[in-house]
Design a protein around this ligand. Structure first.
Ligand SMILES: [Zn+2]
Ligand SMILES: [Zn+2]
Length: 654
């Protein structure tokens, strides 16, 4: 048994006896005595050999197991890979209400008056959409998906990947199998729910963080009882209890939205691949900009590869790379280049729409030379150093290398080096001042608070009740924005110099996605990308729409600096209200780890750091981290420092 009350204790499972009047199998939720109290837990195996000590009996058990047999196996795999306690993985499989009450959820609906829009749409009667004729490329992709266990679907933006998923889903449904469709949280729009519902004409369940807890419990029970043939959800839906699962569609494979950044830290794409293997379901992972790791797997033949190289309709807008180093000498000190200002003006004159995109991450945390466009980097890790006020200098948050803040650019000697980053509110202010008559809308995490406010902002824009959208989020799946003819990436240096080994990959993906947003209505459109690094391969290949050339340039860099797919990473973080104590404890942990590896003769694992975490101070606490790099990192798990203040992040995203 994995026991709720034992969370945080070192032991994984406990043994209980089954009284003769109860019948339990793995997956049952049961109540048990634990110490002096009563708690609940989940049966993970039965028929355990007599432990030779007195065991207490299970008190009560649900009528049927809550989790399916394959889910127990999945929880074990997730626990092993992500260095997690088994109970945390089992908890993640149940919505809070189901987990704590164990109720069957059948009594709940009468008390609920207002439903979230997503759930309303999922259960509303749907009219059938006209059948869609797949293009030859889409049809060929479908055949690859149907004849392989795992397929990477590399399809350009606008190539109709969703229609391919839905066609594959129709085939699975026709065989009496169920379908799981995973999308990044902000792509799960009312429009997508309606489309899936009317295309498949099957009962669907929606699992999303923006529905109420009660609805989550109700939706979960519909899935568990087999009442939903299609499960459409964000990240955590990968843990849904789907019987007879035949197909998993993982849309926008590699999106950071699939990584959960709190306990349990997992990546839904990794879990989906294991889920497919355990259940025998086919998996299709689709993207216009596949992650380097996924593409590498496909190149090596570990997964099948299907390509769609043409848009269904429309054409890509040309991408203009603007060199920001030319602006200041020309007398322009604004963060908007002359070209972007001109393109915006033209769009406004034609009564068309404009999107100005700003990266939300990394405000003034790393420095770049305004003259040569290079950032100050760690020579060992090839990532940008992070500015830390506490040490009055720059630190590599992977390996801990630190240096004083240089007064001259180490690459070209210029004095013109500065922190990067600008807030959306400041940009909004600049835009309003430049175009006082334009209706400006801001979409960032502050503006999009509350369940439906995100959709409302998007709808305001798509219904053309605003002219310029200043935003940090860029998803328009299911929303056609034919009036958008100008898209600007205001600061492409930000993602490019972000202190992450995937900064080039993220930049390529960002610029490609942005380019795909303009020109959908067939009107002449412009995409302006502002950078001080117009020659960087990720920007050049994104502007050319050439994934293969990006991949060919990126892979050797990964190899040279030992990053995935050539090595695995685990980050161990020590958090403490006291900075010095966090640092000292992280130092002890790193030393003990290194000594343990040496003593046990474990080779191929490097211990790096300790170093201040990228976000050193969070919610009043300080964070220091140790990075493990190499192969078979699970061999170091038993040596990892544990206890209060420690957390692990396997395959970290930053
Ligand atoms: Zn320079
Ligand atoms: Zn480093």
């Amino acid at each position: 048994m994995a026991v709720e009350a034992a969370r945080g204790l070192g032991r994984e499972t406990y043994t209980y006896s089954v009284p003769p009047e109860l019948e339990v199998v793995p997956g049952h939720r049961v109540t048990v005595p634990f110490g002096r109290r009563t708690t609940y837990g989940f049966v993970v195996s039965v028929g355990t050999p007599d432990p030779d000590v007195e065991v207490k009996p299970i008190l009560t058990a649900g009528a049927e197991p809550m989790l399916l047999p394959h889910q127990i196996d999945l929880a074990r795999l997730v626990a092993d890979h992500y260095w997690l306690p088994l109970i945390e993985c089992l908890r993640a499989m149940l919505p809070p209400r189901v987990r704590s009450s164990g109720s069957s959820g059948s009594d709940a609906s009468s008390r609920q008056h207002r439903h979230s829009r997503l759930v309303d749409l999922a259960t509303a009667p749907a009219g059938a959409l006209d059948p869609v004729e797949l293009t030859a490329e889409q049809q060929a992709a479908l055949e690859v998906i149907m004849s392989n266990p795992v397929t990477l679907l590399h399809g350009v933006i606008g190539s109709g990947k969703t229609e391919v998923y839905l066609a594959a889903a129709q085939r699975a449904l026709a065989e009496g199998l169920r379908v799981l469709i995973l999308v990044p949280e902000i792509s799960l729009t009312p429009q997508l729910v309606t489309r899936v519902r009317s295309r498949l004409l099957a009962p669907i369940a929606v699992l999303h963080s923006q529905v109420t807890e009660l609805e989550r419990a109700q939706q979960w029970w519909r899935v568990r009882r087999g009442e939903a043939s299609v499960v459409l959800g964000s990240r955590s839906a990968v843990f849904a209890p789907i019987p007879r699962l035949g197909l998993i569609c993982l849309d926008e494979e590699g999106s950071s939205a699939y990584k959960q950044d709190r306990t349990p830290r997992y990546e839904a794409g990794w879990v989906a691949r294991r889920l497919a293997a355990l259940t025998g379901a086919r998996l299709v992972a689709g993207s216009a900009t596949p992650s380097v790791v996924a593409y590498h797997d496909a190149q090596r033949g570990e997964t099948a590869l299907a390509r769609i190289t043409h848009r269904v309709k429309g054409a890509d807008a040309p991408v203009v790379l603007v060199d920001m180093r030319d602006e200041v000498p020309a007398g322009n000190r604004s963060p908007l280049s002359r070209k972007l200002v001109k393109a915006t003006e033209r769009a406004l004159e034609n009564e068309e729409q404009v999107i100005l995109y700003l990266n939300r991450r990394g405000m003034s945390t790393f420095v770049m030379c305004r003259d040569c466009g290079k950032s100050v980097q760690c020579l060992g890790c090839s990532v940008s150093l992070v500015q830390h006020a506490e040490i009055d200098g720059l630190v590599c948050h992977y390996c801990g290398y630190s240096t004083a803040m240089p007064s001259l650019c180490p690459h070209c000697g210029s004095r013109n080096i500065r922190g990067l980053g600008m807030g959306t509110q400041r940009l909004e202010g600049i835009v309003k001042k430049l175009w006082p008559a334009a209706r400006v809308l801001r979409l960032d995490s502050d503006a999009a608070r509350g369940p439906d406010s995100y959709f409302e902002i998007w709808e305001t824009f798509s219904e053309r009740r605003a002219d310029i959208l200043v935003g940090t989020q860029l998803v328009t799946r299911g929303l056609d924005l034919p009036a958008v003819t100008c898209v600007g990436v205001v600061d492409a240096d930000l993602p490019l110099h972000f202190p992450d080994y995937r900064s080039a990959e993220n930049t390529f993906s960002l610029v490609s996605q942005v380019a795909g947003r303009a020109g959908r209505g067939g009107r002449p459109s412009t995409v302006v990308v502002q950078t001080s690094n117009p020659d960087h391969y990720s920007l050049r290949s994104a502007a050319a729409g050439d994934y293969a050339s990006f991949y060919a340039d990126e892979l050797p860099a990964r190899k040279a600096f030992s990053f995935p797919p050539y090595a695995e990473l685990v980050v161990l973080t020590r958090t403490d209200a006291d900075d010095a104590r966090a640092a000292a404890s992280a130092r002890e942990g790193a030393d003990a780890l290194a000594a343990g590896l040496l003593e046990e003769g474990i080779e191929g694992i490097r211990v790096m750091g300790p170093a201040p975490a990228f976000i050193h101070r969070l919610r009043g606490e300080y964070r220091w981290q140790i990075t493990l790099k190499g192969h078979g990192l699970e061999r170091a798990r038993h040596l990892a420092p544990r206890g209060k203040g420690w957390s692990y992040d396997v395959d970290p995203v930053t």
